[in-house]
Design a protein around this ligand. Structure first.
Ligand SMILES: [Mg+2]
Length: 298
């Protein structure tokens, strides 16, 4: 019989605040996709701060997987990778029309049958593993949960990433977002501090560039410099999403408008920003109309 590992210091309330912010950003950001609004119209409406008129804003894969991750943390107190692989697969199976990327359409059905095979299947995806946004977009609540110990937050973020995103840049994106969320809860969030704790590579280089972009810069210009997620890579997504979060650390609504100005993979950039800022602020300060339109979480 093996002795269970000791419990890790955790703050489930902070994780919940982050999940609320993440899902609000996800649902809000999705409204600006070309499927719903032509880019010119989206730009005009975002600039005018016009709330999307649709009565229901469904959340997408970002929220579905963040919920699955938090469920495993609530059950086990830490990332249990085989269980997590199954929970991700179950979330996908429950509703495949949540905007999952191509790689997840390949990987998650396989993990439903053989969850422990993430060890071989995830690294085989795209020759060397996925360096997409999936591991970063779902991880902010984990960072918030483990904010007492930034090293632990980074370690657990990397463990949850490896189940689907084996490429070092995919993992680095997750570490950066988890660290940002942890620092956000502590009131210590800066881009330089996140870059210092992110593994060497393109994500970290992007964070260093982001730290040099003044907050007086218009967000669409910052997105031009840093990327807006259009390339579906962590290094093209995380630096801009964290730049807008650092620009508005106390104002979730304005942080999300600023992120939306970058367009691109806008549900995911807004999910990341929302998860990081929301970890500190919660969603109580967000417009009541946004909260009533977001698809319920439970
Ligand atoms: Mg999505």
């Amino acid at each position: 019989m093996t002795t269970p590992p000791p419990p890790l210091a955790a703050d489930p309330a902070a994780a919940r605040r982050s999940l609320e912010g993440l899902s609000l950003g996800d649902a809000f950001g999705e409204r600006w996709f070309p499927l719903f609004r032509a880019p010119g119209r989206a730009c005009d409406e975002i600039k005018a701060r016009r709330t999307p008129e649709e009565p229901v804003w469904p959340w997408t894969d970002d929220t579905a997987l963040a919920r699955a991750l938090l469920r495993v943390l609530d059950e086990h107190g830490r990332v249990e990778q085989d269980r997590l692989a199954l929970c991700f697969a179950l979330a996908f199976e429950a509703d495949q029309a949540r905007g999952y990327g191509h790689g997840m359409h390949i990987l998650l059905p396989e993990l439903l049958v053989r969850p422990a095979d993430w060890r071989t299947l995830a690294p085989e995806l795209f020759e060397g593993g996925s360096l997409g946004n999936g591991a970063a977009m779902r991880v902010a609540p984990l960072g918030a949960r483990f904010h007492h110990d930034i090293g632990l937050a980074a370690e657990q973020a990397a463990l949850q990433a490896a189940v689907t995103h084996a490429h070092p840049e995919g993992i680095a994106g997750a570490v950066a977002v988890a660290v940002a969320a942890a620092l956000s809860v502590r009131g210590e969030f800066t881009l330089a501090a996140v870059a210092d704790r992110t593994p060497e590579g393109l994500v970290r280089d992007g964070l260093r560039r982001a730290a040099d972009v003044p907050f007086a810069t218009e967000p669409w210009k910052a997105a031009d410099l840093l990327g807006n997620g259009q390339r579906i890579r962590a290094d093209d997504t995380v630096p801009f999403a964290l730049w807008t979060a650092a620009r508005h650390p106390d104002d979730l609504e304005e942080a999300l408008w600023a992120t939306a100005e970058g367009l691109g993979d806008v549900d995911t950039t807004c999910a990341i920003t929302g998860g990081v800022v929301g970890a500190a602020t919660g969603v109580e300060g967000a417009p009541a109309q946004w909260l009533s339109r977001r698809e319920p979480l439970d």
